[in-house]
Write a protein that binds this ligand. Structure first.
Ligand code: UDP
Length: 237
């Protein structure tokens, strides 16, 4: 399968059509952005690391019965995936307070939440991805009915349970992460986008060292080293 035409360029990936109508190629980019793309950078090799990490995690979720857009890895930086229409909701699940949750509600950074908190953000750069509730989603017309939101929430919690346990076995704390879902050609809602240190927060289990995009956001240095460490740990038997 070959790249035919670039359909879309996002912050972390480029999407290409292929000879097959319902199959796309996603290319993981080295670019890094934060704070709604106000801060921009690049880290050579980051695309490959995210491609490997995300592919591994999507394969793991597929093996556990979750339906995703992932088909297979093509090479170090490209995957084959199903064409979906992305639902413009960022589904964020949090196990530990930090980032915008701490800022918005004054919950101290690092506080373990009593249960996994799922939040919805409206995926709209011009609006700065505002947090939204079920009624906003309905009014915006971005879901067909409330059951779909219940499905997204339930999927996010189930995926969190799987990932949290997996990362714990790799001495990583899964602090929070963002998922995106899309509708495939048959109308089914499936997991899409990526799961990588660009979209998750990982803290070392023993030292709480940050091993994710916060190293870029907060100018902590060693961004690539941190992503390499995540890949190294998840690949360890
Ligand atoms: N996140 C993301 N893309 C976004 C916003 C957030 O992947 O556009 C991820 C982020 O990496 C973190 C989680 O979602 O793992 C929660 O992010 P938060 O709301 O705390 O926002 P931030 O502090 O990153 O602005």
């Amino acid at each position: 399968m070959n790249k035919v035409k670039m359909l879309y360029e996002g912050k972390g990936k480029k999407l290409y059509s292929t000879e097959e109508k319902d199959v796309l190629i996603a290319e993981f980019k080295d670019d890094l952005t934060a704070f709604n793309a106000e801060k921009k950078g690049s880290e050579s090799g980051k695309g490959e690391l995210n491609c490997k990490i995300s592919s591994f995690l999507f394969e793991m979720l597929e093996s556990k019965g979750f339906k995703t857009h992932y088909i297979q890895t093509i090479d170090a930086q490209n995957i084959l995936c199903k064409r979906v229409e992305i639902i413009p909701i960022e589904v964020v699940t949090r196990n530990v307070a930090t980032g915008s949750l701490s800022k918005r509600l004054g919950i101290e950074e690092g506080r373990v939440l009593p249960f996994a908190l799922v939040e919805f953000y409206y995926k709209d750069d011009a609006l700065g991805d505002p947090i939204i509730n079920d009624e906003h989603c309905e009014i915006l017309g971005i879901i067909q009915n409330r059951d779909e939101l219940d499905f997204l929430r339930t999927q996010a919690k189930k995926i969190n349970a799987v990932l949290k346990e997996f990362f714990d076995s790799k001495n990583l704390r899964l602090i929070d992460f963002k998922l995106e879902f899309g509708r495939d050609s048959a109308g089914n809602i499936i997991l899409a986008d990526e799961i990588s240190p660009d979209s998750c927060r990982f803290w070392d289990k023993h030292t709480n060292e940050k091993l994710d995009k916060d190293r870029f956001r907060q100018d902590l240095g060693d961004v690539k080293l941190a992503y390499e460490e995540v890949l190294h740990r998840i690949m360890m038997a």
